[in-house]
Design a protein around this ligand. Structure first.
Ligand code: PFF
Length: 458
């Protein structure tokens, strides 16, 4: 069980529950607590939430099962795992693209994810220093803008965060994750529930509930569907090699379906609780609005922590947990590329790690500057570096990767192989899964991919 050697082959999670824990650690992150509330806010609430939930169940879960199945059969990094299955089945080399695009998307996302994770480090230290006490909505907004306007501050936190990720990936994902996550995940959950209780008691819970769950047909749009689908993939860590890499460490006898359901359910519950904890505060605080954008939680939560009893303690613990949740996600973003380079070039893990993290760090500086000096520098159609990476990964690469995965597993991979890996308890569920991959997922993914790109360019 040593992952520090030259090769990851043969590495297996120490305990059965570790796959669920590690995959949940990958899935639950900034996407749930930072991104979900703000994309719901920007896209008008109820209709968006409904689309997101439908996509999780009908597209996200089947694709996650497909990815884990490929990883477990391949028993190696995503690029080699897909190549092996292509070779075994005599399929066209075209399908190897799945592994490549996953590893590349993970690398691109890592570059900006680490920048946002840096914000949580900054907020952790601000909270510990008592800077939230008595903060107003306007004051909080100004503090956030001040952070974004300081490239050095952003770059330093981004560097610290990338460094933290490098350390765990260097030590060996399995050892690092198995120890840490058993504590982090339950704690994060408890703290979110406490925040929810606080928000419900002082904020406008009714308004938040109506905003998130009352379905308004006028809120349905192709642009919204594309954002919802991209987010469903992002939050479940799909089409990025992460689930395939973690699946490759899964012991042979485990039921993939059950585990994937558990991970998806936990991820969704955390996102919904985060939304229900944040919107009551947003609606009850003058100067804050739901459509705030990426700063939503960074301006709303400090106001809540600044006003509540023992807010310094809760705020500090909360941001510490955000840091940890983001950390377990960046680890899974870096791991697939490191595993590949280590195996492909017989390079030491330390070297591959430094090389890839260094590249992602450098690209991340482009995102750091997108909030200040390069804010108006357009990479494509008015999008700055961060805007472009965010758009390109989530609205193009992830749906495209998902489409390839669905078609490959649904149509190309042999049914017996899938059956053997999945070990389905029910033949009906197995056939339903295959049907979703064959027909529904490709059709929906293609429609939404095209509509999303059209929406952006028109
Ligand atoms: N799922 C993570 C989140 O919601 O924050 C982000 C992520 C992690 C995406 C790892 C992809 C990945 F491979």
């Amino acid at each position: 069980m040593n992952i520090n050697n030259q090769n990851n082959k043969g590495t297996v999670w120490g305990r059965r529950s570790t796959f669920v824990l590690a995959a949940t650690g990958s899935a639950v992150g900034l996407g749930n607590i930072w991104k979900f509330p703000y994309v719901v806010g920007e896209n008008g609430g109820g209709a968006f939430v409904l689309m997101y939930l439908v996509f999780i169940v009908l597209i996200g879960v089947p694709i996650m099962m497909a990815e884990v199945t490929l990883g477990r059969h391949g028993r190696t990094n995503p690029i080699h795992a897909v190549a092996k299955i292509v070779r075994e089945g005599g399929a066209s080399p075209f399908w190897k693209l799945i592994g490549w695009s996953g590893v590349l998307a993970g690398f691109l996302i890592l570059s900006f994810y680490s920048v946002i994770a840096g914000w949580t480090l900054d907020y952790f230290s601000a909270s510990a220093n008592g800077q939230f006490v008595g903060l107003t909505g306007e004051g909080s907004g100004a503090a956030f803008e001040h952070l974004l306007a300081s490239p050095w501050r952003l770059a330093v936190w981004h560097s610290v965060f990338m460094g933290m990720t490098v350390v765990v990936v260097g030590l060996g994902v399995i050892r690092g994750l198995e120890v840490g996550l058993r504590l982090i995940m339950p704690l994060l959950f408890v703290l979110l529930l406490m925040l929810l209780a606080y928000a419900a008691s002082v904020g406008d819970f009714g308004a938040a509930w109506r905003f998130m769950f009352v379905f308004n047909p006028a809120g349905l749009s192709w642009g919204g569907a594309s954002v919802a689908l991209g987010h469903a993939f992002f939050t479940l860590s799909l089409a990025m090699g992460a689930m395939m890499a973690y699946g490759s460490y899964m012991p042979g006898g485990d039921s993939i379906g059950k585990m994937v359901f558990t991970v998806a359910a936990l991820d969704t519950v955390v996102a919904l609780i985060a939304g229900l904890a944040i919107f009551p505060i947003v609606f009850a605080t003058p100067g804050l609005s739901a459509g705030e954008g990426p700063g939503l939680i960074f301006v709303s939560l400090p106001v809540a922590f600044g006003a509540m009893p023992a807010g310094v303690v809760f705020g500090t613990v909360f941001f510490a947990l955000m840091v940890l949740a983001a950390w377990s996600s960046t680890i899974s973003l870096l791991e697939p590329a490191v595993a590949y380079v280590t195996e492909r070039f017989s390079m030491s893990r330390a070297r591959a790690n430094a090389l890839i993290a260094g590249g992602a760090w450098l690209l991340g500086i482009g995102s750091v500057l997108s909030f200040n000096a390069w804010k108006d520098v357009s990479v494509l159609l008015g999008m700055n570096v961060f805007g472009f990476l965010d758009f390109f990964t989530q609205r193009v690469m992830l749906p495209l990767g998902g489409l390839l995965l669905a078609v490959f597993v649904g149509w190309v991979v042999r049914r017996e192989l899938l059956h053997h890996e999945m070990k389905p308890r029910s033949e009906m569920l197995f056939s339903t899964w295959l049907w979703l991959l064959k027909y529904l997922c490709p059709a929906a993914l293609l429609a939404i991919l095209l509509a999303g790109v059209w929406d952006q360019f028109s």
